[in-house]
Write a protein that binds this ligand. Structure first.
Ligand code: HEM
Length: 453
């Protein structure tokens, strides 16, 4: 089957380069082969990678190209995960999962996000350093747990937090992740076995939550779990426990680490360019001592900095896999059915004809200008577009606003912060720390009870 040209090194060598420094690898291959190339990794087969906006558009909208989801994730997320469903069941599940993370429902979470952030910042001590990724992950995991499970029982919550946290830890260990694509490694890889044990602990906790939620049967309960327990499909059938479990796992896996990675970069950029931090602080000051979360979300410069952060080092490097269903010609190459194709979010964001001087971190490029849905794709697009997109941007803005209002952080001298691959995610080096120069107390209203609409 003819495929676009690409590196000829053996798959294992390409894989080693990808693992060590994916951005350097992608930049190198792009320089040699242009915007459409085939890379080969062991266990995955030929991967066609594209980044031109017209091709990204084809990927997202063309009917000859399917969006089947990433099959390998079945063993972790379960076959009922929205990430793996296709066709009408996929559409229907998206319709079910989207409302809590969009529109008016989302705005209800605003004050809770501000409060949760401030309660983490309260523990920072002036004169010490914090590990940025750990702290951001703590905040985004707490937010996700609160939204998905509600706030029932703090002891149980702590245990759930530990179980989910342990499970996520294995997402960053190669010995736990490689066997996903190379199942023959599973019996030998200790990381894989440990990750399966952590998965089991998580499952037990999720099933206990599902049982209790069903027993409470509170029609007013606003958590995503309660909504899933109440949901029925078009035939009136309620979701079964194992289907709910798969979605809980999906939301935990898909819904906090990438936001934490984006926030870590945001802190890095604001430390690197204090004038940008001051511009955001001036916008926040304009909202008074007790800003409305919705007003924070509308601040134009804050929005521009968030967009540029997501452009520069997109937390997710590749879209999910697409599959050619019927022969189709893309960029002059005829692709046959069965060809697997991914959008490179990173390369799409580095095209100089769309983003002049792409290697410059320049939020002003987003002021008064909006890229198309195929030029700016941190959340993918088409049938698989991230269901948490609006929520993640909202969350980023509120968390950074709460941090800026309650603390003063600065970069540690001489620290070289480089992007590092963490499974498929791109995050700052795990050791990235900042100085806590000051911590203050803004005037905050008492936390609101989150009620169902
Ligand atoms: C900055 C944070 C985030 C980034 C960069 C991000 C990025 C992405 C990307 C690139 C995709 C694949 C889209 C495609 O292939 O076209 C995706 C899918 C998905 N994301 Fe996110 N995401 C973020 C936050 C979230 C949050 C907060 C949630 C939780 C609600 C979430 C839930 C999902 C789900 C469930 C899918 C699969 C959708 C489907 O298969 O239909 N994500 N995300």
């Amino acid at each position: 089957m003819p495929l676009p040209p690409g590196p000829t090194a053996p798959p294992l060598v390409q894989f080693a380069k990808w693992l060590r420094d994916p951005l350097r690898y992608l930049d190198g291959v792009y320089a040699e082969y242009g915007g459409m190339f085939t890379m080969r990794l062991p266990g995955v087969g030929p991967m066609v990678i594209v980044s031109h906006p017209d091709t990204i558009k084809a990927l997202f909208v063309q009917p000859e190209i399917d969006a089947p989801g990433d099959e390998e994730l079945k063993v972790l997320l379960g076959e009922n995960s929205v990430l793996l469903l296709t066709g009408p069941p996929h559409k229907q599940r998206r319709r079910l999962l989207m409302p809590p993370f969009n529109g008016s429902r989302m705005t209800v979470w605003g004050q809770a996000i501000l409060d949760m952030t401030e309660s983490i910042v309260e523990h920072w001590r002036p004169g010490t350093r914090i590990n940025v990724r750990d702290e951001m992950q703590e905040i985004t995991l707490n937010v996700m747990l609160q939204i998905v499970f509600g706030d029932h029982g703090s002891d149980r919550r702590q245990q759930l937090r530990r179980d989910v946290g342990d499970r996520m830890l294995y997402g960053s260990k190669l010995s736990a992740v490689l066997p996903l694509w190379m199942p023959f490694l599973r019996p030998f890889a200790k990381g894989w076995q440990d990750s399966m044990a952590a998965e089991k602990a998580c499952d037990d906790a999720f099933y206990a939550e599902i049982r209790e939620c069903r027993a409470r049967s509170d029609p007013e309960e606003a958590s995503v779990l309660a909504m899933l327990c109440r949901a029925t499909d078009e035939t009136g059938r309620a979701l079964e426990d194992h289907e709910i479990r798969d979605e809980l796992m999906t939301l935990m896996v898909a819904g906090h680490e990438n936001t934490a990675s984006a926030l870590s970069w945001l802190i890095y950029w604001l430390g690197t360019y204090p004038e940008m931090r001051e511009r955001i602080e001036a916008e926040l000051d304009g909202l008074g001592p007790d800003p409305d979360p919705l007003a924070v979300a509308k601040l134009p410069y804050l929005e521009a900095v968030c967009n540029e952060t997501l452009r520069y080092y997109p937390p997710v490097m590749l879209t999910m896999r697409r599959l050619i269903r019927e022969p189709v010609e893309i960029e002059g190459v005829r692709l046959e059915p069965g060809t697997k194709i991914w959008g490179s979010i990173y390369l799409a964001h580095r095209r100089p004809e769309i983003y002049p001087d792409p290697a410059k971190f320049d939020p002003d490029r987003f002021l008064g200008w909006k890229p198309s849905l195929f030029e700016f794709i941190p959340f993918g697009g088409g049938h698989r577009r991230c269901i948490g997109m609006a929520f993640a941007i909202y969350e980023m803005k509120l968390i950074i606003a709460a941090i800026l209002r309650t603390s003063r952080l600065s970069l540690v001298d001489g620290q070289d912060v480089k992007p590092k691959r963490r499974t498929g995610l791109l995050a700052p080096d795990i050791r990235f720390e900042v100085n806590v120069d000051a911590v203050g107390q803004p005037a905050t209203p008492p936390p609101q009870r989150i009620a169902a609409e």
